[in-house]
Design a protein around this ligand. Structure first.
Ligand SMILES: C[S@@+](CC[C@H](N)C(=O)[O-])C[C@H]1O[C@@H](n2cnc3c(N)ncnc32)[C@H](O)[C@@H]1O
Length: 312
């Protein structure tokens, strides 16, 4: 079954000026964009760098890499693009022979391209297969999640990743209507137990929850944030844009304490040992003008940290 037409890659970079400003430390540095997407942030950063400045870009979506390759072609050999999951950043950077990075940018979550492409199955607004994989070479799809997870597992992930108060009722409705084969069948299973005025919000939360599970988004983010500290030189920057509170909480804990639990680690003298110093006391949010221009920016929160000298 076909779903809609071929969609051109489009994604409006969020907070791009602030993000580029925050990650930049020197014009001949080596930078990593861990979520290159269509290359919007990367293009702005490369334009700011000098002729010796280099950028490595990672994405797990091959369509994004294709779009980024085209957009960044004019920077030639200063750009190196890699297909992979940022959770595997250690292996990816080792294979490339990278030593230390001056700055790292991660703009998390989904690109507009995913939501605009019916055949990727991310949107509850259009019919599409129950896919939701950012990396289509991985085995777990939304179809497997909704049709094979137990009632208890479904309820748990909808509550946890969607922060959805009707998680039990929705999980029961999904289980009762199995097998579900496309995004519209999933949508109807959710709508059946939610009053009309709350439907859109609930659909967004449940689709988000399933997407987070399919892509193991929090697991990947945690592995990435722990690993990346070893790759950034002292004084270098880490800039993360997140789009929901679970991601932001994890980013904050890792930037403040260097571990996902937010546990202070002290040395024998009682001095706090941590890899990063947070430079943004509160997360930076897009201004109303940007949100009016690009409504998908509305939930964005940017945090910036600087690598410390003597730290784990
Ligand atoms: C919000 S978009 C990035 C847009 C980009 N900053 C731009 O300006 O075009 C997020 C991108 O991150 C990718 N992504 C999300 N999680 C990832 C992961 N764990 N590893 C690699 N790429 C990931 C997605 O495939 C998507 O292309």
């Amino acid at each position: 079954m076909g779903y809609g037409n071929f969609v051109m890659y489009h994604h409006e970079p969020v907070l791009w000026e602030a993000a580029v400003e925050a990650v930049f430390v020197r014009s001949d540095g080596v930078y990593l964009d861990a979520t290159i997407g269509g290359g919007g942030h990367a293009c702005a950063l490369l334009s700011r760098l000098g002729p010796k400045g280099r950028l490595i870009g990672i994405d797990q979506d091959v369509d994004a890499l294709r779009a980024a390759r085209q957009r960044l072609a004019r920077f030639g050999k200063r750009v190196h693009l890699l297909h992979g999951n940022f959770a595997d950043v250690d292996i990816l950077l080792q294979q490339l022979g990278v030593e230390l990075l001056d700055g790292v940018l991660a703009d998390l979550g989904v690109s507009s391209y995913f939501l605009d492409s019916p055949e990727r199955g991310f949107s509850f607004r259009v019919p599409g297969p129950l896919d939701m994989r950012m990396d289509r070479s991985r085995p777990l799809t939304a179809e497997l999640v909704v049709n094979t997870y137990s009632l208890h597992e479904l309820e748990r992930l909808i509550r946890r990743y969607g922060e959805e108060p009707r998680a039990r009722r929705i999980a029961r409705s999904i289980v009762a209507k199995r097998p579900l084969r496309d995004t519209m069948q999933l949508r109807h299973a959710i709508e059946a137990v939610v009053p009309e005025p709350e439907r859109l919000q609930t659909l967004a939360r449940v689709f988000q929850a399933i997407r987070i599970e399919v892509n193991d988004e929090l697991g990947a983010l945690e592995r990435f944030l722990v690993s990346i500290a070893h790759w950034v030189r002292p004084g270098g920057r880490l800039v993360v844009l997140s789009y929901h509170s679970l991601e932001d909480r994890l980013v904050k804990r890792l930037m403040c304490y260097g571990n996902p639990e937010g546990r202070p680690i002290r040395d024998l003298k009682g001095v706090l040992r941590r890899p990063w110093r947070m430079l943004t006391e509160k997360p930076v949010r897009p201004d109303p003008l940007e949100v009016a221009r690009n409504p998908r920016a509305r939930s964005a929160r940017m945090r910036v940290a600087e690598r410390l000298e003597d730290s784990p």
